[in-house]
Design a protein around this ligand. Sequence first.
Ligand code: ADP
Length: 542
Amino acid sequence: MLGNMMFQPLLISSMIEHAGRYHADSLVISKNTDLSITETTWGQIHDNSKRFAQVLQSFGFVLGDRVATIAWNNHRHLESWYAISGSGLVCHTINPRLFPEQLVFIINDAADKVLLFDKTFLPLIKAVKPLLKSVEHYICLDAPDDAVREAIPDVLFYDELIAGHSAQFTWPVIDELSASSLCYTSGTTGNPKGVLYSHRSTVLHSYAISMPDSLNISARDVMMPVVPMFHVNAWGTPYAAAMAGCTLVLPGPGLDGASLVGLIDRYKVSVALGVPTIWQGLINAAQQSGSQLTSLSRNVVGGSACPPAMLKAFKDQFNCETIHAWGMTETSPLGSANQFKAKHMGLSDEEKLQVRLSQGRPPFGVDLRITDEENGTHEVSRDGETTGNLQIKGHWIIKNYFAKENSALTSDGWFDTGDIATLNEDGYLKISDRSKDLIKSGGEWISSVYLENLAMGHPKIAMAAVIAAEHEKWDERPILIAIKKPDVDLNESEIFDFYADKVAKWQIPDKVIFVESIPLSGTGKMLKKDLREQFGKVLLST
Ligand code: ADP
């Protein structure tokens, strides 16, 4: 017997409709590409998304056709997101920092029909346009502009297009399993592959990230996703923000510390999200300007491991609770978030810090396990010590990659993440490394993340990466690539001494190389593959 309750498909359009109806006057503040600031509301975002949905309909596409965006976090980008998915098309967000060849590859692979872009990316669009096979319409997310028209004669302008339509529009009711958005993995460890989310997976993920033990989002929050909308849909926050009706601050292209401090203080941001490299810049800028970041009650760190020194700095200097979270493109992305359980509340500050350093536990809706083999099915003990291959399953986890027939899952239906980790009896996850970044020294594994975190705690180091260098005797040995803080004296032996009482002797890096900069991926992660190519042979005698 079936239950007697209504069935309504879980659709992205219902989230923006909710925000437009019940939170119409909540602000959406965004920094434009020319660095001016626009203040709009959820009501206006909803209206404009309905206008743009009609523009898209007028092109005569079929359900599931792809519309690409190359844009920063701003209000037009947000409106277009809801218009695209809401009208049954697929919103393909593209990372503008990809190499042009990769960009061309993914636009052709996705067969995008429309390309929306911020004016600032005009040179890039102009350069790749002759190589794009499927794009029928180029739309600049701005008011009409002669320079843009000169570079791309058939270009259309977003502001002009939406001005031609009214906000009277009814969102189509489609199957909740329909595709809604497409994100390519940023290719830190290989070629980009497409992950195709559905309306259902997106709505369920939005509920999950909003819960108190995840990001705890309410209508009273002022949320700033520093993580770009092209990085796993800004971790789902623009959807969750509409669901909660909170104020949203979109930082546009200004991702440097000083710009972010300015926005946090001016708009009283209560929760912000980003990768560790962003936070490092923010801490330095706040220290320099003397800002106490008073409004910021919590920040979410994910994408790479959060160094303990960063967690401490946020807590001790800015009274800000850091939520350490783990996820990946294939997992929408939230797989775990770190919040205490009741039993942790009586712990000492130091014991609490130890709990908070882990990547946290899964929200309801996903399940984690550790197996003893990559893509294996045999689970190891949840004892907080036994490391193995992290696997995940749940409502918002990938099944197969875009346009690939074969399953991406193990024989019993789990997704193997490529991360090496432990789980404890409470489900707290500790990532020790990516399997490709682990260092195999004489048959023993050394975690690069662990050594990096220690180095980041050194008072004279600004940034650190540990990679495997080839070694004649031990196969691989760790080496440390480090950027010194400005105007400090630091040499290799000081670092060896620093490690001496912190790790076993055989884990201390064999060599320290000081550099001016470390290559970062488009999403702000250290490109260890590039570092291995550059420095991977420094320990070999020939
Ligand atoms: P990319 O492949 O470009 O890095 P993703 O953004 O999907 O693309 O990265 C997901 C990976 O990032 C995870 O598999 C994991 O290795 C790493 N990661 C994400 N969050 C954390 C975290 N909190 N701690 C350690 N590693 C993390």
